[in-house]
Design a binder for this molecule. Structure first.
Ligand code: ADP
Length: 199
């Protein structure tokens, strides 16, 4: 089966996904796919350059994600334009990768996608796990991980779909406000439940 994992920024998606991987799940990461589809020579990168200009390329021809991020961060129309180019490419790649893992007989495939709901990727997975964390802890972990201040951290959190909304659309929720050990135990319990007695 395919389990989608999503949640807010710094909720612990990667941390939870790593535990699934260590237990033997096959993992597909939407973030990784999003980097693959814009490699030099891809039609997606070509379309991004057409839409946003050659200024978003570094001198070596790779995408300058920071420059592009600055353009789309403050401009919803630009963001939509970018998503209209990248989301279908990521979706096609995800579909392909997930299907081949199913054909290989993988019992549990995890699709980690920060924007699972926003991108309509629920339809590509059988069940959805949302990782949540209380907001003070979320801000603290985000500031520590990314080396940013509180105002910026609050801004990034506020720009996202609220965690409560994500959780309300989940089949399973892991609360990651405790320590890593507690999160790992929850993942193990869910893993056993999903893979069944045979696992
Ligand atoms: P996401 O992938 O959702 O953005 P991460 O898994 O990167 O979130 O977690 C955000 C930060 O918090 C990371 O630095 C991670 O190591 C840390 N972290 C995650 N879960 C815990 C936990 N239960 N206890 C302490 N730190 C944690």
């Amino acid at each position: 089966m395919i389990l989608g994992i999503t949640g807010g920024i710094a909720s612990g998606k990667s941390t939870v996904t790593d535990v699934f991987r260590s237990l033997g799940a096959a993992v597909v990461s939407a973030d990784e796919l999003s980097r693959e589809v814009v490699r030099p020579g891809t039609p997606t990168l070509e379309r991004i350059v057409q839409a946003f200009g050659p200024g978003i390329l570094r001198s070596d021809g790779t995408l300058d994600r920071k420059a592009l991020g600055e353009i789309v961060f403050s401009d919803p129309a630009m963001r939509e334009r970018l998503n209209a180019i990248t989301h279908p490419a990521i979706a096609a790649r995800a579909e392909e990768r997930l299907r081949s893992l199913v054909l290989e007989g993988e019992r549990l495939i995890v699709y980690e996608a920060p924007l699972l709901f926003e991108a309509g990727a629920e339809k590509r997975v059988d069940e959805v796990l949302v990782v949540t964390v209380d907001e003070p802890t979320q801000l603290e972990r985000l500031m520590a991980r990314d080396g940013i201040g509180e105002a910026e951290a609050r801004g990034r959190v506020a720009a996202q779909m609220p965690q409560a909304e994500k959780a309300s659309r989940a089949d399973f929720v892991i609360y990651n406000s405790g320590d890593r050990q507690a999160a790992a135990e929850e993942v193990k319990a869910l893993f056993r439940r999903l893979v069944g007695a045979s696992g």
